[in-house]
Design a binder for this molecule. Structure first.
Ligand code: 0O3
Ligand code: SF4
Length: 316
């Protein structure tokens, strides 16, 4: 007779997983393959998730790092994170058919950057160096018009040539709490600095952080499903850890080390905006093979956001 499994309560955060921008970006690649036939090239991972990328590869997508790897005469999709202006300009120069899967909320930040520069402002951009969204947003304006602020030390040490002519913008997937502190420091040092009307941190990022924060307070351990290069997913683990709950970021269920769950009675599960729900179920199933589980959802918001497809794909 097999020994009975120990009990484990699972809390599952809501909202979690795909946001409207990710849904739209994946749909754009799928529809482009239907419309133009395979292969369709995609510049950069469409979203930062290997499972998503591999599924689209199976359907006929080819992923490349740079536009010059795309042969002439085939369509190319730009990823959800956005691209510098030079990228579509180069595609046009080469006569390439392109579809822009940049999330509309990232494009909104691009337009704000352009407008602020037109108004003569110098922009302090709060974000993480090297991230594709940051590279894309910097590529909307002349190089000397935007400065990256990554840390509190950057915010405290930035020397402005014209302190009364500053504005700030942010990456969409930052920590809500850290960004609030950075903005407060900038506003204290530069009282006339102009900020965005709404928030640049998007609804999906802030909703997932609120949900994981609430859930983590009730858990002994948290599993965040997402990639290590996924900014919003990495932030979810940080939020849980700051609530005092240890956790791990995992790409797939196979990465779970059951040593992590020794003595854990309540396990929290969430997923980044680029992680599909099927990976959440995979994790629940692997955990259920070791424990007698009960499942409960911790819901802090209901989302019903959707974004329109590009006009080229809307037509019948
Ligand atoms: O920007 P991030 O690394 O979080 O990107 P992901 O993981 O692909 O998630 C989608 C979010 C996005 C496209 C930018 O806001
Ligand atoms: Fe758009 Fe936010 Fe999703 Fe990024 S995380 S793709 S900004 S909705």
């Amino acid at each position: 007779m097999s020994a009975s499994k120990p009990p484990l309560k699972l809390l599952i955060a809501a909202p979690r997983g795909f946001c409207a921008g990710v849904d739209r970006a994946i749909r754009i690649v799928e529809l482009a393959i239907e419309r133009y036939g395979a292969p369709v090239y995609v510049r950069h991972e469409i979203v930062h998730n290997k499972y998503v990328v591999d599924s689209l590869k199976e359907k006929g997508a080819i992923f490349v790092k740079e536009l010059d790897e795309v042969p002439d005469g085939v369509p190319v999709v730009f990823s959800a994170h956005g691209v510098p202006k030079a990228v579509p300009a180069k595609a046009e120069e080469r006569g390439l058919e392109y579809l822009d899967a940049t999330c509309p909320l990232v494009s909104k930040v691009h337009r704000q950057a352009e407008r602020l520069v037109e108004a003569g402002k110098h922009i302090l951009f709060i974000g993480h160096a090297g991230h594709p969204e940051v590279i894309g947003t910097f590529g909307q304006v002349p190089e000397d018009q935007m400065t990256l602020i990554e840390t509190m030390a950057d915010a405290e040490s930035y020397q402005a040539a014209d302190p009364d002519n500053l504005a700030y913008l942010t990456q969409t997937t930052l920590s809500v709490d850290d960004t609030r502190d950075l903005i407060a420091a900038l506003e204290r040092r530069f009282p006339t600095i102009r900020g965005p009307k709404g928030e640049d941190i998007c609804y999906a990022t802030s909703n997932r952080q609120t949900a994981v924060k609430t859930m983590a307070a009730q858990c002994d351990f948290v599993l965040v499903i997402g990639a290590t290069n996924s900014s919003n997913s990495v932030r979810l683990l940080e939020v849980a850890e700051r609530e005092g709950t240890p956790g791990r970021l995992i790409a797939r269920a196979a990465e779970i080390d059951f040593g992590w769950l020794e003595g854990v009675r309540t396990l929290g599960i969430t997923a980044g905006a680029s992680a599909p729900e099927i990976l959440v179920r995979e994790v629940v199933e692997r955990v259920a093979a070791h424990f007698e589980i009960t499942e409960e959802v911790v819901e802090t918001a209901v989302e019903n956001m959707t974004f329109k497809l590009p006009a080229a794909l809307r037509a019948a």
